[in-house]
Write a protein that binds this ligand. Structure first.
Ligand code: ARG
Length: 455
């Protein structure tokens, strides 16, 4: 076993220390990015006159063979392979001979790992965005199919005003749309190439950094080599975006879990998205939703832990930075399952409009009643107070506000007239909220269309 940096050491590394240091078990996920980066680097060395065309061709075909061995799972690791960069270079040199040793000219694992990780993260972001779009599409489709189904709307988990299923479900579309925007911003900050920064002071050979950036699909290059090897803001950004997406999923999950209780019964999960109990045969549990809710905590933990890792780090590369990968991979893997699972939950959900209708009680129309008095010229504050009295009068008699006679209402305010009965209508209530974003059919159709246009 020969180490990349063995020259100045008289004794081999302690076995436990090696285990402690090695990142190969997790950074092996970046093998393809490492090979892509190295192929670009070989081309860059030709442009800098540090490799001949022939040498580069040999190295590139060797790297392609290494990639095939990874893909076919035939590559055997060596004890000295401490990380993916070491493993690829070691295997390359076995395949192509000494010329493989020229590949690391002007390069360091410090700029290499930053390059690889950014490349990996760029494709990961695109993958998450596609899955997010899948969930958004499921939401839009379900909302469209049940757009005007009336249901009670809640604030403080108390009956508040009537809304519709489509309106409620679309309220979970927009947070995900903000996530999409956030992920796009994170991608932009990730797509900056540190390659050519070497250990931290810049490559000592005339490397065309712009060329390398273009070869690899980066949008820009870093402008300070010390910052370039230490910058992990893109990791923190990724973890924050992942946390926000996870929080949004947790809120949707929590609400759906509540809506599928016996007490609510507004929705039913498809059997494929629920699980049973090992002891209580009748049970159908929304574990899927609970897990999604729980995973938000894990995502938040990854973010908090990583921020603590980078706090107060001295300039340029420190080994602490190797702690960047596991939280990001874990956040990715978490969303990579949670997003399609939630898309499946939503697209197979059935709603029970009778249960929703059964909860539509007249109290939900109290605001509409106040608005009725406002339309008759009363300042809203006074109207609010009068309806409070109406509610109290109904409550004292143990009846709904709609059961009070006109005479009784007029006893509280003479502004009540014959037309007041028209207020006691849920559809009219929904349609009266006709502003953009409101519950009227027109407003909801417009919202649905706006959401669709974004997909
Ligand atoms: N495995 C290391 C990492 O993930 C690569 C960089 C090593 N650089 C060093 N100076 N030890 O960060």
């Amino acid at each position: 076993m020969s180490k990349l940096w063995g020259g100045r050491f008289a004794r081999p590394t302690d076995t436990v220390v090696r285990q402690f240091h090695d990142s190969l078990p997790f950074d092996v996920r970046m093998y393809n990015e490492d090979i892509r980066g190295s192929i670009a680097w070989a081309k860059g060395l030709v442009k800098a006159d540090m490799l001949t065309e022939d040498e580069a061709a040999t190295i590139i075909s060797g790297l392609e063979q290494v990639r095939t061995e990874f893909e076919e799972d035939t590559l055997v690791f060596d004890e000295g392979d401490e990380d993916i960069h070491t493993a690829v270079e070691r295997r390359l040199t076995e395949i192509v001979g000494d010329v493989g040793g020229k590949l690391h000219t002007g390069r360091s694992r410090n700029d290499q790992v930053a390059t690889d990780f950014r490349l990996w993260t760029m494709q990961a972001i695109r993958h998450i965005q596609a899955q997010l779009a899948g969930l958004q599409a499921a939401i839009v489709n379900h909302a469209e199919a049940n757009l005007m189904v009336p249901m009670p709307g809640y604030t403080h988990l108390q009956h508040a005003q009537p809304v519709t299923w489509g309106h409620w479900l679309l309220s979970h579309f927009w947070p995900l749309q903000r996530d999409q925007e956030r992920w796009t911003e994170v991608w932009g900050r990730t797509a900056v190439s540190p390659l050519g920064s070497a250990a931290f002071a810049g490559a000592a050979f005339p490397i065309d950094r712009e060329f390398l950036a273009q070869e690899l699909g980066f949008k820009a290059i870093t402008l300070n080599s010390q910052d370039a090897v230490s910058d992990r803001d893109f990791v923190a950004d990724f973890l924050y975006a992942a946390t926000m997406t996870g929080l949004h999923l947790s809120r949707l999950s929590e609400q759906l879990a509540l809506y599928c209780t016996t007490e609510f019964g507004f929705v039913r999960l498809d059997d494929a998205y629920a699980t049973g109990s090992s002891i209580m045969p009748q049970k159908k549990n929304p574990d899927t939703l609970e897990l999604t809710r729980g995973k938000a905590g894990r995502l938040l933990g990854n973010l908090a832990g990583f921020l603590a890792t980078i706090k107060g780090l001295p300039s340029s590369y420190d080994k602490d930075l190797q702690e960047d990968k596991e939280p990001l991979f874990d956040a990715f893997d978490t969303l990579d399952l949670a997003l399609p699972v939630m898309a499946g939950v939503v697209s197979t959900l059935t709603i029970n409009s009778d249960k929703m209708a059964a909860q539509l009680e007249p109290g939900l129309l109290a605001t509409d009643l106040a608005d009725y008095l406002v339309r008759r010229g009363l300042p809203f504050r006074q109207a609010h107070h009068i309806i409070g009295e109406v509610v109290q009068a109904a409550e004292a008699r143990g009846i709904e506000i709609t059961a009070l006679t006109l005479a009784e209402l007029q006893g509280i305010s003479e502004l009540f007239g014959e037309g007041v009965t028209a207020v006691f209508n849920f559809e009219a209530s929904l349609n009266s909220r006709d502003v953009p974003g409101g519950t009227s059919e027109k407003a909801l159709q417009a919202q649905l269309q706006a959401a669709r246009n974004l997909l």
